[in-house]
Design a protein around this ligand. Structure first.
Ligand code: SF4
Length: 86
């Protein structure tokens, strides 16, 4: 996906932002720590992140409702959106 780091867009995910490599690495580390049974499917993960991208609570990859980086929160199959959007 296109890097929007210089677009001034606040509604971006980590992988779209410059200077967040350490957090992006944490996303991958968390993904590897989860077993296949614990992990959301790739399809569900993408669907969740697409919903977050359209949500007015997403600012700088962080959900203002729960304070989480959504790319980490959405990894777990059992995780839920605090606004019940996913
Ligand atoms: S409220 Fe839900 S959809 Fe919105 S950013 Fe947070 S987790 Fe994503």
């Amino acid at each position: 996906m296109e890097n929007n780091a210089n677009s001034g867009c606040k509604r971006c995910l980590l992988y779209e932002m410059a200077g967040k490599d350490d957090v992006i690495a944490q996303v991958e580390k968390t993904r590897k720590l989860l077993s296949e049974d614990e992990r959301a499917t790739d399809e569900e993960y993408k669907k969740r992140l697409a919903t977050c991208k359209d949500c007015d609570k997403l600012i700088d990859a962080t959900c203002l409702k729960c304070g989480c980086y959504v790319e980490i929160r959405a990894l777990s199959k059992g995780a839920r959106c605090p606004a019940k959007k996913w």
